[in-house]
Design a binder for this molecule. Structure first.
Ligand SMILES: Nc1nc2c(ncn2[C@@H]2O[C@H](COP(=O)(O)OP(=O)(O)O)[C@@H](O)[C@H]2O)c(=O)[nH]1
Ligand SMILES: [Mg+2]
Ligand SMILES: [Zn+2]
Length: 342
């Protein structure tokens, strides 16, 4: 698939490498039989952060010089809105075949948070699986699994004890040769433990200590991609405190397809879903077929994605106007100069 993006000439003069980690001034790459580190210069230093190579990206490097010639088109891009008021996008992962949303069967378990993760992942068109860890620490893992399964009919849910189960076996369906999986979830749920189990080695630090220590991690994005012994890839991410949605509303529509279908059944198409006559949402809430929490979380996530869209639009407009003003100012200056030259 990568080869299709290359000309014959390019094919002859280079080789493929995959970004395994990104640091402030360099990236680390894995090739078929080697590892290398490149300074962030040339095409690697694109002004647009979205176009800068990130963990999971494929690059075409020049033979001998190892210079980066090309960043391959991405299969998919998982991104969130960066913290702060600006609607800047931030890459979480690229080129992922299956994304595992990890939660433990204890106080970390939070259906609304899983819905948030899933909204981001499905907006990126990445197949998702929900993983429930620490089944050994709770008396009733099945009830957690039921709640997780109720989030979306198409998203599989698996339960594991990450410390003692055969994790290679539990994930074998998704981890074949050339497949890339990634773990996403709060700190301490077991992402690094699962990664190590798949690698058969203690490569990632566990217990969530280092990733909570922002100081110790500030030189790295904290995301690392590893090659599994069976030919697959695994990407471990640090827990992210704030996972703000981006402007893509399709994830909300997909995760909450039941709610979006219900809304279409309201008697009036401008229904506010409050005390309106013939409101299908209110009827479902009363009948108990729609959970109030789910409805409220839908509204919250929908608003958040809409706001991100608005901010993006305003920024675009602002940039457009600003550009126009600059062009006009330059024109004025030129006119003045021409006039002065006369
Ligand atoms: N009892 C139990 N402990 C687990 C399980 N999975 C992870 N842990 C422990 O939970 C802690 C956090 O795990 P870690 O992999 O660092 O979580 P991460 O922050 O998501 O990467 C570590 O002490 C692990 O040993 C599990 O299934 N059962
Ligand atoms: Mg970890
Ligand atoms: Zn309604």
């Amino acid at each position: 698939m990568l080869q299709q993006q290359l000309s014959l000439e390019e094919l002859e003069c280079g080789y493929a490498a995959r970004v395994s980690a990104v640091f402030r001034d360099r990236i680390e790459l894995k090739t078929l039989d080697n590892e290398l580190s490149l300074p962030i210069t040339g095409i690697l230093a694109s002004a647009d952060p979205i176009e800068r190579p990130t963990t999971g990206d494929w690059l075409w490097l020049e033979n001998h010089s190892n210079k980066a010639l090309k960043l391959f088109e991405r299969l998919n891009v998982l991104q969130r809105t960066a913290a702060g008021s600006e609607a800047k996008s931030q890459l979480i992962a690229v080129n992922i075949d299956t994304l595992f949303i990890v939660s433990s069967c204890n106080q970390d378990f939070n259906v609304s948070r899983i819905e948030r993760y899933l909204t981001l992942v499905l907006a990126a068109h990445i197949p998702a699986v929900i993983v429930l860890t620490k089944t050994d620490l709770c008396a009733d893992a099945d009830s957690y699994a039921e709640q997780a399964q109720a989030i979306h009919h198409d998203v599989p849910v698996i339960k594991v004890n990450a410390l003692t189960d055969d994790i290679g076996q539990a994930f074998s369906y998704w981890t074949g040769v050339g497949q890339t999986i990634a773990f996403l979830g709060s700190s301490g749920v077991g992402k690094s433990t699962l990664t190590n189990a798949l690698l058969g080695q203690q490569i990632q630090d566990t217990a969530g200590i280092r990733e909570d220590d922002a100081k110790g991690r500030h030189t790295t994005t904290g995301r690392s991609l590893f090659a599994m012994p069976n030919g697959g890839w695994v990407l471990d991410t640090p827990g992210m405190r704030e996972l703000r949605l981006n402007d893509d509303l399709s994830g909300v529509a997909e995760v909450f397809d039941d709610i979006e279908a219900l809304q279409k059944q309201c008697k009036f198409n401008n229904c506010r879903h409050e005390d309106d006559q013939g409101c299908a949402i209110q009827a479902a809430l009363e009948a108990g077929t729609l959970e109030l929490r789910r409805w409220q979380n839908y509204q919250k996530l929908h608003r958040e994605a809409l706001r991100a869209r608005q901010t993006k639009h305003e920024q675009h407009e602002h940039g457009r106007k600003f550009g126009k003003e600059i062009r006009q100012a330059l024109k004025g200056k030129k006119a003045k100069r021409n006039w002065a030259d006369q």
